[in-house]
Design a protein around this ligand. Structure first.
Ligand code: PAF
Length: 281
């Protein structure tokens, strides 16, 4: 596995890789969720490139960039284990030189959900992903359904800017007890780790109700909210029952939805989601 830092070294290393080329952008501190993306890329493509870059532009000043967990040696060991061909670890100054002044903004699908509470977040994500795509020029790029809105936003950007890249969205990877894998889970102490189960439990309860016939959007949101409410260490930031593609909030009877939420467990903000779809007849 080759490791490069500069843009020039990346370009030289890319020349040696066979196509099709799969690309997995990450912010490091990898877990099984990230590795599932690399494994899927490995199945689909001749070569796989992974980037590790904790992107400052997607963190607000009051968010946790400085404390964002990092362990590059462990990341590299994990990436070797799943057959990654090339790892790119750019520096902040390389990605955002002092005179940097160009931003990518996807307009509508960035507004609701995460966009309502983290208003510069998606501008940071789309700008960095666009820069990463321009540098790596992959055939396919892999993202997790865990960041459901990010997946919708990236697909929109790729369509709007005519990137010749297929975006592949891979399922959420969960711990055996249901907690969705996230680098941020490492912030949780033992008690909070237990409390964090209320997210997946809320989603499962709503899913069960949906499949038993509960199709009212407000009621589905209430089911999730009441499970979160029962957990003392949890504070619900939002729960949403939205159109899976436009992300518009749904009211009344629904056929399908992206049920998603953000919850504070102590000081740690976690997100989780599920797609509620009618079984195909
Ligand atoms: O999902 C992430 O880890 C990040 O948002 C991404 C796509 C690597 C961009 O920094």
């Amino acid at each position: 596995m080759k490791i490069v830092e500069t843009f020039d070294a990346l370009q030289e290393a890319l020349l040696r890789l066979k196509r099709p080329l799969g690309f997995v952008p990450t912010m490091g501190y990898l877990h099984e969720g990230h590795l599932s993306l690399v494994k899927r890329a490995k199945q689909d493509c001749e070569s796989v490139v992974v980037s590790i870059f904790a992107n400052p532009a997607q963190f607000a000043p009051d968010e946790d960039l400085d404390n964002y967990p990092r362990d590059i040696d462990r990341d590299l060991e994990l990436l070797t284990g799943v057959g990654t061909n090339l790892v790119w670890i750019p520096s902040v100054i390389n990605m955002y030189p002092e005179d940097f002044q160009t931003w990518i903004n996807v307009e509508q699908v960035t507004k609701p959900l995460e966009g309502q509470v983290r208003n510069t977040h998606f501008q940071g994500v789309t700008t960095v992903v666009s820069k990463l795509f321009n540098a790596v020029r992959p055939d396919k790029s892999y993202f997790g359904q865990k960041d459901a809105q990010q997946a919708v936003v990236i697909k929109q950007m790729v369509r709007d800017l005519n990137y010749p890249i297929e975006i592949v969205i891979c399922p959420i990877v969960r711990e055996v007890d249901g907690l969705a894998m996230s680098s941020r889970n490492s912030y949780l102490n033992e008690e909070e780790r237990q409390a964090a189960l209320c997210l997946s439990q809320g989603l499962s309860k709503a899913e069960e109700a949906f499949h038993k016939g509960e199709k009212n959007a407000e009621k589905i949101r209430e089911i999730v909210a009441s499970v979160i409410d029962e957990e003392q260490l949890a504070e619900l930031q939002y729960v949403s029952c939205a159109h899976p593609e436009t992300l518009e909030e749904l009211e009344g009877e629904i056929e399908s939805c992206l049920l998603s939420m953000a919850v504070f467990i102590g000081r740690t903000r976690l997100i989780d989601n599920i797609l509620l779809l009618q079984p195909k007849t």
